[in-house]
Design a protein around this ligand. Structure first.
Ligand SMILES: Cc1cc2nc3c(=O)[nH]c(=O)nc-3n(C[C@H](O)[C@H](O)[C@H](O)COP(=O)(O)OP(=O)(O)OC[C@H]3O[C@@H](n4cnc5c(N)ncnc54)[C@H](O)[C@@H]3O)c2cc1C
Length: 511
């Protein structure tokens, strides 16, 4: 039996409340959902307090999805909303509340446009839509949903500081180093929360007359909860890139009778460099700084299991190669490539942050080479003049690796992948030395299974009735994703958080 009260690492027994504060709307967590919730509630004239356990707001994400945004209209881009929603529901095998996905599609442009008009434009920035999301095969349709904040259309504009200044100018009380401990109720209605001031250890009771909005970002930092709700995630992943998200929002609501998704959902990136010889069970590194993150990992280069055999089409949504590796011995996989990789990068037409050139993070193929070289220097990417030597460095069976490389080069010559169906334009040889190789595992970006909410963003109890005055948004809220992240709808995660945060803030302010 899981002890939900202790999962957030803070003691809840013998709480000695030192002070009481009053607000109308209490937002828990200053990330993508929480900052939008705060702004929206303040815009509706509510008195708003945000508590955040760290000493800064979380990164407000740069790739923002949306349907029918002003940036898309300026680019002459139309997205068929019905096709998009059906794609998302079918990607989840309909293990979702499809009405919520429509709700996102109907309101995402309002949220994205609000950010552009109120946060970016006053600072000379704007959103640029990314119209050429790829459609590589009938199995993987892409939707060009991403909007990217920029000033010069060549680089990203980071807007977190501007956002913080905006909400503070709207009168929002932003309290850092303050963590949610537990929710309070009066006659079944949420009345506020006990929080802890982490700078002095004092407990504070915050009464919230209009409601509490949970926006703590899921639970990927909490190994105990992962074991309970998504044990495979601990095998698939060797890094967690959301170290702030320890499940406090979800568990606090479960403790007062809320329900959550019964199946896990997660976003995993295929860029986790693993020191050679490490086993996945021994590695779960929590990092907020992209530690040992190989951008090239998302490119559809030759990938082999730990026996040196090819095991999947490498040209798939980025999480899928990690899923495929979880059906192979050891859960990890090797990537092998040759010295032409910067040329291959140009032919692959990657999108989103894997793209070379804006809005990717590698400005050019030369930058990608530099990025890769730092890991050669660090010993996480190995280099050799022969495939035998490379396989030995990677501790892989030499004969199998040689056979896999030979077969790969035959398929490239034939211009058809008879083994796994990779598109011909993404088939690349391994025949120009030096050869490169590394061992990769997954990086969990966030969990998505969360509290069940209705269209008012109210958290529901086991009778599917709203728990009065309790709202959830972002990765604390569920019903929207199942299994893996649909990366062909770029910017969906941040947009889901920001759009639902905005709707939750508006709803709570109306009480
Ligand atoms: C490296 C990386 C890159 C990404 N890039 C993109 C992208 O380009 N586009 C996209 O769509 N998605 C992206 N995502 C996913 C996206 O960031 C998340 O889906 C989104 O941030 C979720 O928003 P949220 O508000 O639920 O959580 P967050 O933005 O993570 O915010 C949660 C906040 O709650 C705080 N908190 C936690 N517990 C407590 C507590 N007990 N008390 C008080 N505060 C608490 C945390 O400190 C944090 O500040 C990326 C994720 C990562 C990790």
């Amino acid at each position: 039996m899981l002890n939900l009260q202790n999962v957030d690492h803070y003691e809840v027994n013998d709480i000695d409340v030192k002070r009481t504060l009053n607000t109308e709307v209490l937002v828990i967590g200053a990330g993508n959902a929480g900052m939008m919730a705060a702004a929206a509630a303040a815009e509706k004239q509510a008195q708003v307090t945000v508590i955040e356990k760290e000493d800064s707001i979380n990164l407000l994400r740069l790739g923002l999805g949306g349907v029918g945004t002003n940036a898309q209209k300026r680019a002459g881009l139309t997205i068929n909303k019905y096709d998009l929603v059906e794609y998302l529901a079918s990607f989840a095998q309909h293990n979702v509340d499809e009405g919520l996905i429509y709700h996102w599609a109907n309101h995402s442009a309002e949220a994205v446009n609000w950010v552009e008009d109120n946060i970016l434009k006053p600072h000379g920035a704007h959103l640029r839509s990314e119209p050429d999301a790829m459609v590589t095969s009938s199995a993987y349709t892409g939707f060009p949903t991403e909007n990217d904040p920029t000033i010069d259309d060549k680089t990203f504009a980071s807007y977190g500081q501007w956002f913080q200044e905006k909400v503070e100018s709207m009168g929002v009380n932003l309290r850092f180093k303050t963590a949610l401990i537990k929710l309070l109720t009066i006659n079944g209605q949420v009345s506020g929360a006990i929080v802890k001031d982490l700078s002095n250890g004092e407990y504070i009771q915050i009464n919230a007359s209009k409601g509490v909005i949970l926006c703590t970002g899921g639970y990927s930092a909490n190994k105990q909860l992962l074991k309970e709700w998504n044990p495979l995630a601990l095998k698939k992943n060797v890094y967690n890139d959301s170290p702030r998200s320890n499940g406090a929002g979800i568990t606090s609501a479960l403790n007062i009778g809320a329900i959550k998704d019964e199946e896990p959902a997660e976003c995993i990136f295929d860029r986790g460099l693993v020191p050679i010889g490490t086993k996945t069970d021994d590695m779960y590194v929590q990092t907020a700084t992209y530690k040992d993150w190989l951008w090239l990992g998302s490119h559809p280069l030759l990938k082999l299991n730990m026996r040196g055999q090819r095991f999947a089409n490498e040209s798939v949504p980025y999480q899928f190669i990690v899923n495929a590796a979880s059906k192979q011995p050891g859960y990890l996989y090797a990537m092998i490539w040759d010295d032409n990789f910067d040329e291959y990068a140009k032919q692959f037409h990657m999108v989103g942050c894997a793209r070379v050139g804006f809005p990717g993070y590698m400005a050019s193929a030369e930058k990608l080479r530099e990025d890769t070289q730092q890991y050669v220097d660090k010993g996480l990417v190995v280099k050799a003049d022969t495939i035998e030597e490379l396989a030995q460095h990677l501790q892989l069976p030499v004969a199998n690796v040689k056979a896999s490389v030979k077969r790969n080069n035959e398929l490239v010559n034939d211009n058809i992948d008879k083994d796994f169906g990779k598109e011909a334009y993404r088939l690349t040889s391994v025949n120009k030395k030096p050869y490169y190789g590394c061992i990769l595992g997954g990086r969990i970006l966030c969990t998505f299974d969360g509290l069940r909410i209705n269209k008012q963003m109210e958290v529901m109890d086991n009778q599917y009735h709203a728990i009065p005055h309790l709202y959830a948004a972002g990765n604390d809220s569920g019903g929207f994703f199942f299994g893996s992240y649909p990366d062909r709808v770029p910017g969906l995660a941040a947009s889901h958080a920001q759009t639902f945060g905005r709707l939750a803030g508006q709803q709570a302010a109306q009480n």
